[in-house]
Design a protein around this ligand. Structure first.
Ligand SMILES: [Cu+2]
Length: 172
């Protein structure tokens, strides 16, 4: 019996030490989720692969020609007037069928090679609308209409303007 008791005591002591040891230093930062596809140029972050053929500013216009190729949309990102309707003429310049598809707006238009089709995209007040080709989204054939509010307004507010207004009297 004696040896066992001693062992137990030691074990308990060790356990206390262990608990005490790791209690305080909580390893904080799960730092840097990193994430995928870090194309920081793109005005809209789309999930998955994106063949970026550039951005076009269509604000001030309500029509735009959109080239659908093998396998991309050009321009890939379209800046549009918030709350407007933008008519895109989707022209298939490629050798295979493509679609212009917007899930939220029930748009799903097939465009054969050499053909073109008009689609009306409702531009939200802010945020963006992503579109894709049903056949080739997995090959990066997608893009987005965006309004500019929200997207890419990252900087802001770094100014160290000294706080004026402190009149001096630390009045209590
Ligand atoms: Cu396609």
């Amino acid at each position: 019996m004696r040896p066992r008791l001693a062992t137990l005591a030691i074990a308990t002591f060790a356990a206390v030490l262990l608990l005490g040891g790791c209690g305080s230093d909580d390893d904080g930062g799960s730092g840097g989720s990193g994430g995928e596809g870090g194309d920081s140029d793109a005005p809209v972050e789309l999930s998955g692969e994106v063949n970026d053929e550039g951005t076009e500013d269509a604000t001030g216009s309500d029509t735009l020609e959109l080239e659908a190729g093998d396998f991309y949309f050009g321009p890939t990102f379209i800046k549009a007037t918030p709350g407007s309707t933008l008519t895109l003429t989707v022209a298939n310049e490629g050798d295979t069928n493509h679609t212009f598809t917007v899930d939220d707006q029930d748009i799903d238009t097939d465009v054969e090679p050499g053909a073109s089709a008009d689609v009306d995209v409702t531009v939200p007040d802010d945020g963006n609308v992503s579109f894709y080709c049903r056949f080739h989204i997995g090959q990066g054939m997608q893009g987005a209409v965006f309004t500019g509010s929200g997207a890419s307004s990252g900087s802001g507010g770094g100014d160290d303007t000294p706080d004026t207004g402190g009149g001096g009297t630390p009045g209590y």
